[in-house]
Write a protein that binds this ligand. Structure first.
Ligand SMILES: [Fe+2]
Length: 329
C-alpha cells in the first residue's frame, strides 16, 4: 500500500532481497537489471546556462543517488517514506525549530561539511581554534553584555561557571581587541530558551567583546547533556536506526573580529558520559575541556579558562584555508 503524508515513517525489511553492502560483490548484479542509459539522460538534461557550481556537482550527486537506489533496489513505498520525512521536517521548521538541519546533523552531514570546509586549517601545525557545527539553535541578535556579566537571566539551578581567556592571532599570538564572542547553551533542563516557555527570551545567550588585551570573561553554567528534539522525523529516524538522541554537554560559540576568519565552534565537558558518542558526531579532541572547581567566588563554583585563536583572512588565504575566506574584505 502506498504511503501518504499522514502515515508514520515505517520501513519493512524484505527478507527475500539480499543485503547489498559495499563489500559483498552484489553491487553490479542489481545495477545491471535497470536501464543503463537512464542516469546519463537525467544528467544530460542540464542546460548550458545552468548555475556553474550546480553544473559541476549535480552529475556526481545524481550518479551517487541513482546508484544508491539501484544498488539497494529502493521501492516506491520506501522512496515515498523518505519524501514524507522531508515534507514533515519542512512542516515542523520555523524560526525556532530547524528540523531539516537536525536531520542532516544526525546523518553526520553538518560535521562532514564543516571538516571539508576547514580541513586545511585543522591540518596546520599551529592551529586556529578548531571548528564544530553551528547546530540548529543559534539565534541572531543575542544581547550585548559587558565583560564579567552573566548570561544567566533566570536562575534555574545548575553549576555557575566563570569562563575566561583571550582571543589572539594564531600566527603572531597578538591579542585581538574588540573580538566578538557570541555564546549560547541550554538550561539545566537541557532546553534552549526558544524551546522552553519557562525561560526568558535570550536567556543563556550573550555577545561579549574583548578588551584591549584580547581578554574576555563572563559567567555561564557548566552545561548539561541533552537529547536533540526527538518528536519529529530526526527522532523517528534515530529510533529506526536504534540510536540514542544525546549530545554531550557543550557550550556554543561564534568568535569573530575585523580582518579575521570567524570560528564557529563548541567546547565539550570531558566528564560527560556522552563525550564519545555524540549523536551529531561533533566532538574534536582539542575542544574537550576541564571545568575546575572554584572557591572564594560568590558568583561561580567552577572555572573554565579557554583561549581562542583566530586566523586572519590574509593568513587563511596564504595557508590555503577554504570556507569563509571567500568573503574576506
Ligand atoms: Fe547545542
Amino acid at each position: 500500500m502506498p504511503m501518504n503524508a499522514e502515515e508514520p515513517l515505517t520501513l519493512v525489511p524484505d527478507e527475500s532481497r539480499p543485503s547489498v553492502g559495499v563489500d559483498d560483490g552484489q553491487k553490479s548484479a542489481g545495477a545491471s537489471r535497470f536501464n543503463p542509459k537512464f542516469t546519463d539522460a537525467v544528467i544530460a538534461a542540464t542546460g548550458p546556462k545552468a548555475n556553474k557550481r550546480l553544473a559541476q556537482v549535480m552529475p556526481s550527486l545524481l550518479r551517487h543517488l541513482h546508484d544508491f537506489a539501484r544498488e539497494n533496489e529502493i521501492t516506491v513505498d520506501e522512496w515515498m517514506a523518505a519524501v514524507n520525512m522531508v515534507n514533515e521536517a519542512g512542516r515542523m521548521s520555523d524560526e525556532k525549530r530547524n528540523e531539516g538541519q537536525l536531520l542532516q546533523d544526525i546523518l553526520g552531514m553538518e560535521t562532514l561539511v564543516d571538516e571539508i570546509t576547514y580541513t586545511l586549517a585543522n591540518e596546520a601545525q599551529d592551529q586556529p581554534t578548531a571548528t564544530a557545527i553551528l547546530g540548529p539553535f543559534w539565534r541572531h541578535g543575542a544581547p550585548k553584555r559587558n565583560l564579567g556579566d552573566s548570561i544567566i537571566d533566570a536562575d534555574q539551578g545548575g553549576d555557575k561557571t566563570h569562563m575566561h581567556g583571550t582571543v589572539t592571532d594564531f600566527t603572531t599570538n597578538k591579542p585581538i581587541a574588540n573580538a566578538e564572542i557570541d555564546v549560547w547553551h541550554t538550561a539545566p533542563n537541557g532546553l534552549y530558551e526558544q524551546q522552553d516557555p519557562s525561560q526568558p527570551d535570550m536567556n543563556l545567550r550573550g555577545r561579549f567583546y574583548t578588551d584591549s588585551q584580547g581578554r574576555y570573561d563572563f559567567i555561564c553554567l557548566r552545561p548539561t547533556s541533552y537529547p536533540i528534539p526527538n518528536d519529529g522525523p530526526a527522532g523517528k529516524l534515530l529510533g529506526l536506526l536504534d540510536r540514542h538522541p544525546m549530545r554531550p554537554a557543550h557550550i556554543h560559540f561564534i568568535i569573530s573580529a575585523d580582518g579575521y576568519k570567524p570560528v564557529v565552534t563548541q567546547i565539550f565537558d570531558r566528564k560527560d558520559k556522552h563525550i564519545s558518542d555524540d549523536t551529531v558526531f561533533a566532538v574534536k579532541d582539542s575542544l574537550v575541556v576541564d571545568f575546575k572547581p572554584l572557591e572564594g567566588d560568590p558568583r561561580a563554583n567552577f572555572e573554565l579558562p579557554y583561549d581562542f585563536k583566530l586566523a586572519s583572512f590574509e593568513e587563511a588565504r596564504k595557508s590555503g584555508m577554504k570556507g569563509a575566506t571567500a568573503v574576506a574584505p
